[in-house]
Design a binder for this molecule. Structure first.
Ligand code: BG6
Ligand code: MG
Length: 231
């Protein structure tokens, strides 16, 4: 099976917006008097806005009416949008421009599977909106990560079979979605958190594209490090 597409998460993979989401949730949790650590935040990565809010409220044992939940989610989003307001193409992680250029040269499609409704604004600020062959609309995804729907939607739109695609994620929820979609997987971040990914790199600039794209007869070694180098 030949890899025909790479499907990327955005926040924490292509730019540091995972940190901005964390800061905005952390501020909200603190206002509510709910302890919220970076470890807790790992559970929220990839999870949509209301799902994230509900995680924090449950942690604090708070049950709030719908209107109040909506108000809190809107506040968090306003704070997040203030944080991303000053983003520029300089905020694109190192290695992404070169990676996209290589994928284009090899005619490998590039997809975006972000749960964030702010993703169009972020990719515009980063100046990469034209790099994608397809960008998922988070508002139209019925079942958020860890469900595979968003990855399957992007693969379908790109006209590739899930086994012909590699998903790239920094979140546990997103990685689960990639695995359940039946795609190849690259984790970006901590190998102890993302241990089920076929390949894990601390940063997208460290990704060994030739190795990741090397798939022989659909068979992969359990972990990238055990794979023979590409021919
Ligand atoms: C994901 C982030 O990409 O998008 C989550 O990892 C975030 O932290 C989710 O909650 C939804 O984002 P937004 O911008 O629609 O609130
Ligand atoms: Mg992410």
């Amino acid at each position: 099976m030949i890899i025909k597409a790479m499907i990327f998460d955005l926040d924490g993979v292509l730019t540091d917006t995972a940190e901005y989401h964390y800061q905005a949730w952390s501020a909200l949790a603190s206002e509510l008097g709910i302890p919220f650590s970076r470890e807790d935040n790992e559970q929220l990565k990839g999870v949509d806005r209301m799902g994230s809010l509900d995680f924090i409220l449950a942690k604090g044992g708070l049950r709030l009416p719908e209107a109040e939940r909506q108000r809190l989610a809107d506040n968090k989003n306003r704070h997040y949008q203030q944080l991303i307001e000053t983003m520029t193409p300089m905020d694109l992680f190192d290695g992404v421009t070169e990676l996209f250029a290589t994928l284009k040269a090899r005619q490998i499609a590039i997809g975006l599977a972000s749960s964030s409704k702010n993703a169009p604004m972020v990719i515009e600020r980063l100046g990469i909106e034209d790099a994608f062959d397809y960008v998922a609309d988070a508002a139209k995804i019925a079942k958020g990560k860890p469900h595979p729907e968003i990855f399957l939607t992007v693969a379908k739109a790109l006209g590739v079979h899930p086994q012909e695609a590699v998903g790239v994620e920094d979140s546990l929820a997103g990685l689960q979605g990639i695995l359940d979609a039946g795609m190849h997987s690259v984790g970006i971040g901590d190998g102890r958190v993302l241990q089920d990914a076929e390949w894990v790199y601390p940063h997208i600039s460290a990704m060994e594209l030739d190795k990741v794209l090397w798939v022989k007869n659909g068979e992969r070694s359990e972990r990238g490090v055990n794979c023979s180098p590409p021919p």
